[in-house]
Design a protein around this ligand. Sequence first.
Ligand SMILES: NC(=O)c1ccc[n+]([C@@H]2O[C@H](COP(=O)([O-])OP(=O)(O)OC[C@H]3O[C@@H](n4cnc5c(N)ncnc54)[C@H](O)[C@@H]3O)[C@@H](O)[C@H]2O)c1
Length: 239
Amino acid sequence: MRLDLAGKAVLVTGAASGIGLACVEAFLAEGARVGGLDRATIPVVGDDFLAVHADVTDERSVAAAVGAVAGRFGGLDVVVGCAGISGPVGTPVAETPAADFAAVMTVNVTGQFLVVKHAAPWLTEARGAVVLLASDSAFTSAPGMVPYCASKGAVVAMTRALAVDLPQVRVNCVCPSVVDTPMARDDLGAVLDDPAFPVQATEDVASHVLYLASARSRTVNGQAVLADFGVSARSGFPA
Ligand SMILES: NC(=O)c1ccc[n+]([C@@H]2O[C@H](COP(=O)([O-])OP(=O)(O)OC[C@H]3O[C@@H](n4cnc5c(N)ncnc54)[C@H](O)[C@@H]3O)[C@@H](O)[C@H]2O)c1
């Protein structure tokens, strides 16, 4: 399938690690020009790449970073929101400080909102596309995941609202199950190496992101693409 992403101006947040880094590399491999935003150092160099240091929770730094990428590339065709944190995974709700809940919501929800807010004028001009990282945690949970699940449910709802609010821009989100990244390794450790436990690669997620960023998915808008090996499709029926 031809994605026709060559020359497109793309902004990827959370570009220093995991899924964001894989998306940066996949867009560059397609010939796109990529701006990577992160609060950490991004291990990518090249003529078609611009690294911008910013925290997605800080509106002024987001506005400056988005402006720098759009200025360098003469606009923005695609925004991919990967920056996120898992927060206090494994902590029962009765022991979860409100500040920890708020911190997860601020990065995972407000951060996505701020990036799209400041990219919206360029995306509208380009009739572009947004792809946000939500999670299968928007639809299913394990014990001790209340803040993260709440934040990812909000990203799914915000995806629909943005698709309506920005009529010239397609907005979708991807909802992967566990992906082998530093975040997942920190939270789950060696479980990721158990062959009985389905784990996806960052490249699997990047494939969905690039498809949703490309004109090949032009009829898909306001949707959450759940990629979980079919786990959530199984009912509790004992058969
Ligand atoms: N790994 C998984 O199993 C999984 C599954 C579903 C969804 N996701 C989602 O995918 C996205 C990427 O996760 P990952 O697993 O690649 O994590 P990761 O920790 O490997 O990468 C996240 C990146 O976001 C950056 N970041 C975090 N907070 C930031 C902030 N305030 N400002 C700027 N940058 C910030 C980090 O520096 C890091 O580079 C997240 O939104 C995560 O919730 C991950």
